[in-house]
Write a protein that binds this ligand. Structure first.
Ligand code: F6P
Length: 554
């Protein structure tokens, strides 16, 4: 990819100059320019985004598009879709888009079309989950398996939980899930084990162990713990009926004792945090909701993939969101951003996107190993509105500047209107969705406070600086299809930003060091439980370990 370094430098300089002048811009004034507002929106099917509340002129937007061109964004996107090994530090293709490609598509990795295998696994999953749901597949006592515990962590947990929650109150999903329960077990904390199996009966429970590597310490201990729960209650032969797996590591699954016939595979070109559309998400979600609903979800993700791949950049939602992200992070220097869905069904969107984005773009070096002048990706956090308003919005209104992404839904999955109430419950929720971006943008001046009769000593406390950037996204309805679109939209935003920054968004070496150090601590704990003294740690860690082993802080 031959990005012109000279162009990139010149355009970056222009953007830096614009950023240096950005304090002179007023979002409230920019918003009065109807042509600009119209230009700073994009609609794709039932999704609409308005990014006119960004601290961004049309000139700067134009320069961001030039930056995308100069950094060969289109070529990077094409390389990803073509199965090139763009995850260079692991020598892997990045093909989560192949997981939702239709049967008719062909995508090659090392000369092999991966699409037929994707569809073979989907067919196998459908056959298996149909059997469990219909009661054809029974547990060791002959009882139907109505409950599922999905064990997995990180990418093998967060995406599936996001989709599970997004659809929980979607009426067709409610119907499809009648009589079934799905729980997730991620943390190695025994409290999470207790919570996951609270009220469940081993005789009616299916355990799905989800791990790409099948070596992740937390998942493996939780899998052994749940296997012991099954075996204690039902005997060792019950494992083949009550435990299945999703993994790329078939030998390790077999060693664990799960019947290879009950393992659903995926491939090294699926990154953990991009794996919800693989068996990682499809198995637990199909067990809960059936494969028709999961197929709609995959179709939605595929639709967004197509939009990302082919829409011109000035109407391409992931590209536009990525350009805004680069502007806010690199040029305006905002280290954080908030994802604020006004929709309780999206309560796990921010935790999932936290991993997608921060594990992908939390990098300090470029692809060639050279250091970036500032770290690439921002800190992502979020919480559904209006809950967040009663938690951290104080800070985003009067404390630090945090660019916000608001997400609202037009039709509620479960509308409620009370007699005598002026608006429906959903209208009440959405009133806040529309109000907050304006409160951030317009703020409230000292003069306005005084005009309202605010005592002088309280004026500084009641003033809102305003000029705080946000984007607002409207979704017509939260369905399996739009949940898939939303997922892919945020996945691709992260890719766009990473491509422009010139980093590898698809490796995650930063998670390794802590895992290695935990091994040393685990060994020390084992030895100390047999009487060995603590040694080889720094004074702080030694002292903490000794207190832990002594069972007392004194
Ligand atoms: O520690 C981070 C990580 O490697 C993630 O990238 C991954 O999603 C998660 O752990 C779980 O890994 P696995 O699916 O191999 O258990």
């Amino acid at each position: 990819m031959a990005a012109s370094q000279t162009d990139v430098s010149a355009i970056s300089d222009a953007l830096r100059q614009a950023a240096a002048q950005a304090d002179n811009l007023s979002i409230s004034q920019l918003l009065m320019d109807t042509a600009r507002v119209q230009k700073m929106t994009a609609t794709h099917q039932k999704l609409h985004i308005d990014y006119s509340r960004q601290l961004l002129t049309l000139d700067t937007l134009h320069n961001l598009h030039r930056l995308a061109d100069a950094t060969d964004l289109r070529a990077h996107i094409n390389a990803m879709f073509a199965g090139e090994k763009i995850n260079s530090t692991e020598n892997r293709a990045v093909l989560h888009v192949a997981l939702r490609a239709p049967k008719s598509a062909s995508i090659y990795v090392d000369g092999v079309d991966v699409v037929p295998n994707v569809h073979k696994v989907l067919t196998d999953i459908n056959a298996f989950t149909d059997k469990v749901r219909s009661g054809e597949w029974l547990g060791a006592t002959g009882a139907p398996l109505t409950d599922v515990v999905a064990i997995g962590i990180g990418g093998s947990y967060l995406g599936p939980e996001f989709v599970f929650e997004a659809l929980r109150m979607h009426p067709p999903a409610v119907k499809a899930a009648k009589g079934r329960r799905l729980r997730f077990l991620a943390n190695v904390d025994p409290v999470d084990v207790a919570r996951a199996r609270d009220g469940l009966d081993p005789a009616t429970t299916l355990i799905v162990v989800i791990s790409k590597t099948f070596t992740t310490a937390e998942t493996m201990l939780n899998a052994r713990t749940m296997r012991a729960w099954i075996v204690d209650a039902l005997g060792p032969d019950a494992v083949s009926k009550h435990m299945i797996a999703v993994s790329t590591n078939l030998p390790a699954v077999q060693d664990f004792g799960i019947d290879p016939a009950n393992v659903f595979g995926f491939w090294d070109w699926v990154g953990g945090r991009y794996s919800v559309s693989s068996a990682v998400g499809v198995v637990p979600l199909s067990l809960q909701y059936g494969h028709d609903i999961v197929s709609e979800f995959l179709a939605g993700a595929h639709d967004m993939d197509q939009h990302f791949r082919s829409a011109p950049f000035d109407s391409n939602m992931p590209v536009l969101m990525g350009l805004v992200g680069v502007w806010n992070s690199t040029f305006l220097g905002h280290a954080t951003r908030a994802l604020l869905p006004y929709q309780q069904a999206l309560l796990k969107l921010a935790p999932h996107i936290q991993q997608v984005d921060m594990e992908s773009n939390g990098k300090s070096v470029r692809l060639d190993g050279s250091a970036l002048s500032v770290p690439a990706g921002p800190i992502n956090f979020g919480e559904p509105g209006t809950n967040g308003q009663h938690s951290f919005y104080q800070l985003i209104h009067q404390g630090r500047v945090v660019p916000c992404d608001f997400v609202g839904v037009i039709k509620s999955q479960v509308p409620i209107s009370l007699d005598g109430e002026p608006v429906s419950n959903h209208d009440e929720l959405m009133s806040n969705f529309f109000a907050q971006p304006d409160a951030l943008a317009f703020g409230k001046s000292a003069e306005q406070c005084r005009a309202e009769g605010v005592p002088e000593e309280l004026v500084p406390h009641k003033t809102f600086p305003g000029n705080r950037p946000s984007s607002s996204m409207l979704i017509e309805e939260l369905t399996p299809f739009t949940a898939g679109q939303l997922l892919a939209l945020f996945e691709h935003r992260t890719a766009v930003e990473g491509f422009i920054w010139g980093i590898n968004s698809f490796d995650q070496w930063g998670v390794e060091l802590g895992k290695v150090l935990a091994k040393g601590v685990r060994k020390q704990l084992q030895m100390s439980r047999k009487g060995a003294s603590v040694s080889g740690f720094n004074p702080s860690t030694s002292a903490l370990l000794k207190k832990y082993l002594a069972g007392s802080v004194s």
